[in-house]
Design a protein around this ligand. Structure first.
Ligand code: 13P
Length: 283
């Protein structure tokens, strides 16, 4: 089917007490793997690209890949801009056909974050494209940008004001998760999540989920998370598949051989996380 927007998917997830998995894709095989996993489990799915991925191969290439995969599937597929770094990039993604946009003004001060988020919301809503914003700072490195150490988690009162002033459709919150590989077990502030959920009615988004124990992710979903982002573990899965083939047959020169194995590993991983999200048979 044609690409869909996130709005209805996330509201349905919120009403049903499950989440939609959002998976970062970086090449055609990852796109195929994520959509195949969703198709096999009859689940809606979000595919997303960061600014550095867009820089690597352009918005149009990813749009063409994901649109083709979606049209060959019967489950709802979203193409989302992850961590949109500027109003300009958000507008370019909108024009390219992305059906969901994140504007990440979390590095700005509160008022500036509101300003850029509202500008993107005002530009996207006439096309029914939904907008995600971020308040508070998810730690670790995303796309080469350092979230920094000891940055503040999302304040529930600020979150309520932010949503009211921007009209944003979903909100990424900082509750102790971090992008990248965790050194130890992440310390997720479940109580803060409940307080934010109490204060804010839009669907909430969890970033930095690779490496977070499945039980913790399920607890977060039970307390209001409706979109769960996975990136690093897909990279690891894809690279494992490629490395396995090249390790066993170092003379392999056909990229299809090792890329197919990378694709298979990503599909397995995504299927397991769709199950954690509880969105099986919600297509
Ligand atoms: P991880 O790389 O930690 O899975 O984070 C993904 C993410 O939040 C993308 O926005």
């Amino acid at each position: 089917m044609p690409l869909v927007t996130t709005k209805k998917l996330l509201l349905d997830a919120q009403a049903g007490g499950y989440a939609i998995g959002a998976f970062n894709v970086e090449n055609m095989e990852m796109v195929q793997a994520v959509v195949a996993a969703a198709q096999e489990l009859n689940s809606p799915v979000i595919l997303q690209t960061t600014p550095s991925t867009v820089k690597y191969a352009s918005l149009d290439y990813f749009y063409a890949n994901v649109k083709t995969a979606a049209e060959n599937a019967t489950v709802p597929v979203v193409l989302h801009l992850d961590h949109g770094s500027s109003f300009d990039l958000a507008m370019r993604a909108l024009r390219s056909g992305y059906t969901s946009i994140m504007i990440d003004g979390s590095h700005l001060d509160f008022e500036e974050n509101i300003k850029v988020t509202k500008a993107v919301v005002d530009a996207c809503h006439p096309s029914n494209v939904s907008v995600e914003a971020e308040l508070g700072k998810v730690g670790g490195k995303e796309d080469g940008l350092d979230g920094g150490e000891g940055n503040p988690n999302t304040d529930p009162k600020e979150a309520a004001l932010f949503v009211e002033k921007t009209g944003v459709d979903s909100l990424a919150i900082a509750i102790g998760t971090a992008h990248g590989v965790y050194k130890g077990e992440p310390n997720v502030d479940i109580k803060r999540l409940s307080e934010i959920k109490e204060a804010v009615s839009v669907p909430l988004v969890l970033h930095g989920t690779s490496g977070v124990p499945d039980a913790t992710v399920k607890e977060c979903i039970a307390r209001g998370i409706c979109k769960v982002n996975y990136a690093t573990d897909l990279r690891i899965a894809f690279s494992k598949g490629v490395n396995d083939v090249l390790h066993d047959s170092p003379d392999t020169i056909d990229p299809k051989k090792y890329n197919a194995q990378g694709r298979e590993e990503v599909k397995k991983y995504v299927m397991s996380k769709i199950q954690v999200c509880g969105s099986v048979n919600k297509a």
